[in-house]
Design a protein around this ligand. Sequence first.
Ligand SMILES: C[S@@+](CC[C@H](N)C(=O)[O-])C[C@H]1O[C@@H](n2cnc3c(N)ncnc32)[C@H](O)[C@@H]1O
Length: 269
Amino acid sequence: MSANTNQPDWDTLAEKFDVFLPQLAPVGEALLEALDARPGERILDVASGTGEPALSLARLQPQVEISGVDAAAGMVRVAQKKVTAAGLRNISFSAMPAEQLSYADNHFDRVLSRFGVMLFEDPLRGCQEMQRVLKPGGRIALAVWSTPETMTTLQWAMQVFKDRVPEEHQPPMAKVTLLGQPGVFDTLLRRSGFTAVKVTPARFNYHYTSFDDYWRSIEASDILKQQFDALAAGQRGSVRDDFARLARGYQSAHGLVIPHEFLLAVGSK
Ligand SMILES: C[S@@+](CC[C@H](N)C(=O)[O-])C[C@H]1O[C@@H](n2cnc3c(N)ncnc32)[C@H](O)[C@@H]1O
């Protein structure tokens, strides 16, 4: 874990991250639609995690050649295992920080990233690297989280842990929503050299059959491991109860439906 950003340890989480993939699927679909990849093109997915949405693109379009990169070697291992298991020949993953891409200038036709850019250690440098490896006329499609008030489940975590764990173990709201305020992401992308930048907020829902279903995924994913580890003995049950109370307002006939907002950016070079 990096002390200044308080992010989860992505390497340790890698084997468990897939619990979230069904919830994030609508964002992947929106990104792939905005990316609009064509046969024969080279695509880069930055901060590719356990492989989505790059793997979906590889399956949908066997004629595109996809590279995925992530700073966490554990994430890359999980993604690459899926490539081997599925026998996909048009995609591969490598461990590489966004700030130091090993590709030549003007190498890719399109670059995408889902929920990566705000987590980069140096978002400007990472975006400049994406711009450098993109061909002139190429296209980006990037998703980042929006403002704190639209991050419903992270808001719950902020409230529940506020008076229970020390400052250095609070959930990473500031980092996760770093680019969410109006104008911030647009400015970053323009400063990185992208043109025709357009940033659009979009809403989607997490769907769980019940609060128990949601809580199982929180425990199975270890996403709040740092906060749980910092709790005083015997507090875990009351933490669950507080989450359940906050979730109550989101119960519907369809189970637990929890809205979140992201920003979808497109641009070119
Ligand atoms: C929330 S996960 C998203 C993973 C995947 N894109 C998805 O949507 O399922 C964020 C990912 O960003 C990666 N990451 C964080 N900082 C990075 C950096 N500087 N360069 C490359 N990857 C980074 C983490 O290792 C993690 O896999």
